[in-house]
Design a protein around this ligand. Structure first.
Ligand code: 13P
Ligand code: SF4
Length: 310
């Protein structure tokens, strides 16, 4: 039912009156991406949050992303349209179990993927994202054993790229583990002229078929620059919006999950809607908050990531 409110227009006005910046991830629905000041992958969003001078950061992404913005910006108001926008990877790495895992490997260097809670980050030596994981792991002192959490598939990919052995936390993402190798092969047979691009959170048998493996931003840049005209895209379907905007003449085929569902959409990301974005700006809530001690402890490994990424 239409409410008669022009959300996009009102959001622009609220943005000006609040001195707010809207940061959005590529997995947000198209209309949310279109009102954002900046759309990016996890690393670019953290960097944008680090350098912003706006009074209010409105984060259209999932909880750990908004949490990262707050860790880097304690004095700014950070809003998340739906606080329930979590992440299966982060949920599959509870802090108490992670502490027990860490205690079993005294002296190890802990690299945590940004898709983790502030409590897990606080127990880590450095954070990484899918776009800088290889670069970060390559900078870990050679004499240290590495623990990598929580995504085992990204971990395995990084081990291959760096030649470093790592002890992996057995986590995975419900969206990326749903892609079917069998259906991907069928699509490749139907479209032999297409290049396959995939996110490193996909399982190894799927990644084996990829011509390019990278973060959402890496994948986007690859398809825009490639001389090829057709791509099979193996990640969350929200990324197709920027692909179609950047190269309307090219063909993008979303890889199918192992059944007929829409489960190549992240159910957490999709909790943020244009209406909830407007409402959260109007009411200045829900706000992302965290205890100062936890924020300070999580800041050090995050700051190290930003320094090691430069
Ligand atoms: P990117 O850092 O590649 O944007 O990935 C974030 C994410 O949650 C992928 O599922
Ligand atoms: Fe988390 Fe997967 Fe959603 Fe990314 S796609 S936010 S890893 S649940």
């Amino acid at each position: 039912m239409s409410t008669g409110v022009d959300y996009a227009q009102e959001i622009q006005e609220l943005k000006r009156s609040m001195n707010a910046v809207i940061l959005a991830h590529y997995y947000q629905e198209s209309e949310v991406q279109d009102v954002a000041d900046f759309v990016g992958d996890s690393l670019a969003l953290a960097q944008a949050a680090e350098r912003t001078e706006a009074d209010v950061i409105v984060f259209c992404g999932v909880h750990f992303m908004a949490e990262t913005a707050k860790i880097l910006n304690p004095a700014r108001l950070v809003l998340l349209p739906d606080l329930k926008a979590g992440c299966s990877l982060s949920d599959r790495c509870p802090p108490a179990a992670f502490k027990a895992f860490k205690d079993k490997h005294p002296g190890a260097f802990v690299v945590s993927y940004v898709n983790s809670s502030a409590a897990v980050k606080a127990m880590s030596d450095v954070i990484c994202t899918s776009s800088n994981a290889v670069k970060i792991v390559n900078q870990v002192p050679k004499d240290r054993q590495i623990l990598f959490a929580p995504d085992q598939h990204l971990g395995r990919h990084v081990m291959k790229q760096t030649g470093r052995d790592m002890v992996l936390w057995p986590g995975s993402c419900i969206v990326h583990e749903i892609f079917s190798e069998k259906k991907l092969v069928e699509l490749k047979v139907m479209h032999p002229d297409a290049e396959v691009v995939a996110h490193p959170e996909c399982e190894e048998p799927v990644l084996r078929h990829a011509d390019f493996i990278g973060s959402t931003k890496g994948i986007l840049d690859f398809v825009l620059k490639s001389p090829k005209q057709k791509f099979i895209v193996v990640t969350e379907a929200g990324i197709l919006h920027q692909m179609k905007k950047g190269a309307p003449e090219k063909t993008f085929i979303p890889a199918p999950p192992d059944n007929g569902c829409a489960c190549n959409e992240c159910p957490y990301m999709r909790l943020n809607t244009l209406e909830k974005l407007w409402k959260c700006m109007k009411e200045r809530t829900p706000e992302l908050t965290m205890p100062e001690g936890l924020r300070e402890a999580a800041r050090a490994p995050l700051q190290r990531m930003l320094e090691w990424s430069r």
